[in-house]
Design a protein around this ligand. Structure first.
Ligand code: GBH
Length: 464
């Protein structure tokens, strides 16, 4: 009986959504199959020096050919939800014009398998794989891309709207804008502060236009959302210069999306801070109202916090000029294989902030997880005790936020499978399922068994 089960001290609400998450380019492979054309990530990963070890997503975890097996894995884990993304160039190769049937069929099949398994599909329209042709026409710094995105959203709503009830427009527009066009660490690898700010605005516009299109094409019960990687930024000290450094990062990292999307305005301090880069004249009348199309929930991807102090940091930087005023202080304590600090309190702080600032917005953790160097014991068991500890601490932080009144509806673990970790290639493993990329063999890690147990109990023990 659940109530007498004292080992499940931290119980989650009835109906809490327990999921895993992936993204198309990171797992699908089949880069040239079924009419798919290159995205900016195909181009970028084939450019020498951009991705570690020269890795590409050509094969990845071969999920395109292993949908049945991967859905069966999730059924074994007992997840209630699965968050995946749709590869735009698989369904609308040039980013314009009619859809390719084979591409739509692939996602129809995936969704049907999920529904057969009793798993709710949660579709993200854009997880960074812009059709290369749209980048050649100007990419996200170019206004037209937002309208192309809305058209693509309409195609997908028509194709899957009868079976997918939960939709996300964009995954982490901060990364698209600032890593893609600011410091060039992500595709398409451009390095311009102006281009990154233009991209951020057009992503907000795309989100709003896309949300409106989805709403018009989907049943009234459908859920429309946006996922942000909000920066849990702390000031190094109470000194006004350090507090101001944190404010600058909050403006160009968080409020640049939160303010347009939830309040239909640009942060005034951001406009001031970026005055030497742009006068923001690319923001047309009505754009901010469009960006503020009502949505049903906010997705949050959380990995680690950062600490800002007065100073300067390296260039090229993703921060559109803020790096001339800010240096990042390393946090003490344990780190993951990404060299990111482990700090679950940062997630609690973020959820409490959102509870206070967006009181009527349900929150969903759409990504949380960690890369570690897993190892197999002689029996072939994949041990990942650090990942279990990380997940426990972060789920406990979510539980604490729930107790404090944050309206958190679900948690999606990043990631179901080891996959193509963007600029790090296959060198960093975020999966709870180990993938041997030579054979594509999948093996549950200890963390997968642990997560299945958490889901089955509806909660976790006090200690990992
Ligand atoms: C997510 O990105 C992605 O959605 C997912 O595809 C990816 O595999 C996963 O996380 C793991 O990386 O840039 O100076 O602020 C997270 C990307 C990583 C961006 C941490 C911000 C902080 C350093 N975020 N990063 S900084």
């Amino acid at each position: 009986d659940a109530r007498t089960d004292t080992t499940t001290a931290l119980r989650f609400p009835e109906g809490f959504r327990w999921g895993t998450a992936t993204a198309a380019y990171q797992i699908e492979g089949a880069a040239a199959e079924g009419g798919r054309t290159p995205s900016i990530w195909d181009t970028f990963s084939r450019t020498p020096g951009k991705v570690r070890n020269g890795d590409t997503g050509d094969i990845a975890a071969d999920h395109y050919h292993r949908v049945d097996e991967d859905v069966a894995l999730m059924r074994r884990l007992g997840v209630t939800d699965y968050r995946f993304s749709i590869a735009w160039p698989r369904v609308q190769p040039t980013g314009r014009g009619p859809a390719v049937r084979q591409g739509l069929d692939f996602y129809r099949r995936l969704v049907d398998r999920l529904l057969d398994a009793g798993i709710r599909p949660v579709a993200t329209l854009y997880h960074w794989d812009l059709p290369q042709e749209l980048e050649d026409a100007g990419g996200w710094p170019h206004r037209e891309t937002a309208y192309r995105f809305a058209e693509y959203a309409g195609i997908m709503a028509d194709a899957l709207g009868d079976r997918v009830a939960t939709w996300t427009t964009l995954n982490e527009p901060w990364c698209s804008a600032f890593l893609g066009y600011g410091n060039g660490v992500h595709a398409p690898g451009r390095t311009s502060a102006l281009a990154s700010l233009r991209a951020a605005h057009h992503l907000n516009l795309a989100h709003g236009l896309g949300a409106r299109t989805l709403r018009g094409a989907l049943p009234g019960s459908a859920e429309v959302s946006l996922t942000l990687n909000l920066h849990a930024v702390r000031a190094f000290s109470e000194a006004p210069e350090d507090v101001d450094a944190a404010r600058r990062i909050d403006a160009v990292g968080n409020r640049i999306f939160l303010d347009p999307v939830f309040h239909g305005r640009l942060p005034e301090d951001l406009v001031r801070d970026t005055a030497s880069v742009t006068d923001w004249s690319f923001v047309a009348d009505g754009d901010l109202a469009t960006a503020a199309a009502p949505i049903d929930s906010l997705g949050i991807n959380y990995y680690a916090p950062s600490v800002a102090a007065a100073g300067t940091s390296e260039s090229p930087s993703p921060w559109a000029g803020a790096e001339r005023h800010v240096r990042f202080e390393p946090l003490p304590g344990p780190r993951t294989a990404m060299d990111w600090p482990v700090d679950a309190d940062g997630l609690h702080e973020l959820l409490i902030r959102l509870r206070d600032e967006l009181p009527n917005t349900p929150l969903v953790i759409t990504e949380n997880g960690a890369a570690y160097d897993d190892y197999a014991d002689p029996s072939g068991h994949v041990k990942d005790p650090e990942r279990v500890a990380y997940l426990h601490a972060h789920l406990a932080a979510v539980h604490r936020a729930l107790a404090d009144g944050a309206d958190v509806r679900g948690y999606f673990l990043w990631s179901l499978l080891d996959n193509f970790e963007w600029a790090y290639g296959y060198g960093k493993r975020f999966g709870i399922v180990h993938v041997d990329f030579a054979t594509q063999r999948r093996t549950l890690k200890d963390s997968a068994r642990w997560y299945a147990d958490v889901i089955a109990r509806g909660g976790l023990p006090e200690e990992a």
